[in-house]
Design a protein around this ligand. Structure first.
Ligand SMILES: [Zn+2]
Length: 363
């Protein structure tokens, strides 16, 4: 399983192949009557409930879960650690909570509802399926698995490749027992990931919103961890990020261990996510007689079964504090956007060229 566009067509055959190893069941249906499947692994006392692709177009953590399945069923190493994991934990995993959104490559479900704002209303069948399994398995910990956009930044112009959050359980953002527990797990994963991507790990905004599933579960006293798989340099398919989420899972379940223990308050040393990245910035260009910069952001569009990264002109000027995943120097040239002089925010970019020299700055 590779790339960004992953739904039941890709996943069902792989899940079917695991039926001898794991207990796999259909726990409900989406608004468009697609099966929502759940994988049960292990027989231990610690019950963990995880779900991915609550937002249909956020598949990186799903890929990491499949890597985790593969790891658990390989016979080449880690026998003792895997046996300990299977006897310590019972892990319920919903690889795709929003199968309609996954197929349509949308954040929302088939009715255009953001399921991560439906935790109080439970207006959608997917929300009710999640709440029902939450009630029936009574988890000791929940994993809310997502992707975040390329705009998220960290200090020193690094992108937020992996971000975590121990969601708040009230507006005062108190560190409750459940939250402290979640922070401790995050601190441990942070320590491990620092070996690989130091500086690229962030902490997500902890404003309380009861409509978000993580906040609600945390409020109900169950330690809940939000994972946000983000951009790694030049990895728009998120195959590197997938690997780091997999390492985080190994650390979370103590399959890999650190010599030095971490404390929950290490959580607060994780830098907070900023929003200072653009996909492309072309600096030092002339528009209407003024030297300025322009930025381009990619819009992900499903076309003929593949995801196209469609460049959209996103901002003109005011980009000094921003960073581009790709930076281009326009050398002061007057530019033509799609062969015309008028440059508008929101326009789809086929090509940007320097008018005089004809040098292509972006295509
Ligand atoms: Zn999400």
């Amino acid at each position: 399983m590779k790339g960004r566009y992953l739904y039941s067509k890709h996943m069902d055959p792989i899940l079917d192949a695991y039926e001898d190893e794991f207990l796999i069941s259909v726990i409900g249906a989406s608004e468009n009557q697609k099966n929502i499947r759940c994988v049960k692994i292990g027989k231990g006392k610690k019950v963990v409930l995880g779900w991915s692709q609550m937002h249909g177009n956020e598949s990186t953590t799903t890929k990491a879960l499949f890597d985790f399945f593969k790891f658990l069923t390989q016979k080449d190493g880690f026998e003792t650690e895997i046996a300990t994991f299977l006897s310590t934990y019972t892990f319920y995993i919903i690889p795709v909570l929003n199968p309609d959104g996954a197929e349509q490559y949308t954040r929302e479900n088939a009715n255009g509802i953001d399921l991560n704002r439906d935790a109080i209303d439970l207006s959608q069948s997917e929300s009710r399926v999640l709440r029902e399994i939450f009630r029936s398995v009574k988890p000791d910990m929940c994993l809310n698995l997502h992707d975040q956009r390329t705009m998220y930044s960290l200090p020193d112009a690094k992108s937020a490749t992996v971000s975590f959050l121990a969601p708040a359980s009230n507006a005062a953002r108190d560190v409750t027992d459940a939250r402290r527990d979640a922070m401790g797990h995050i601190a441990r994963m942070y320590r491990v990931l620092n070996h690989y991507i130091s500086g690229y790990i962030g902490r997500y905004d902890d404003g309380f919103n009861e409509n978000c599933v993580g906040d609600t579960f945390q409020k109900l006293g169950v330690p809940t961890i939000l994972f946000e798989a983000g951009h790694y340099p030049n990895d728009y398919q998120r195959e590197k990020t997938r690997e780091y989420i997999f390492y985080a899972l190994l650390s979370l379940f103590e399959i890999t261990k650190e010599e030095q223990p971490s404390s929950y308050d290490d959580y607060f040393s994780i830098p907070e996510n900023g929003k200072l990245f653009k996909d492309v910035i072309i600096r030092n260009v002339e528009i209407a007689g003024i030297i300025t910069s322009v930025s381009i952001s990619y819009e992900e569009v499903l076309e003929e079964n593949t995801i196209q990264f469609v460049p959209i002109l996103d901002k003109i000027g005011g980009l000094d504090s921003f960073f581009g995943h790709k930076e281009v120097d326009g050398a002061g040239a007057k530019i033509l956007l799609n062969s015309h002089e008028n440059v508008f925010v929101g326009e789809k970019v086929a090509m940007i060229v320097a008018e005089n020299s004809g040098i292509c700055l972006f295509s």
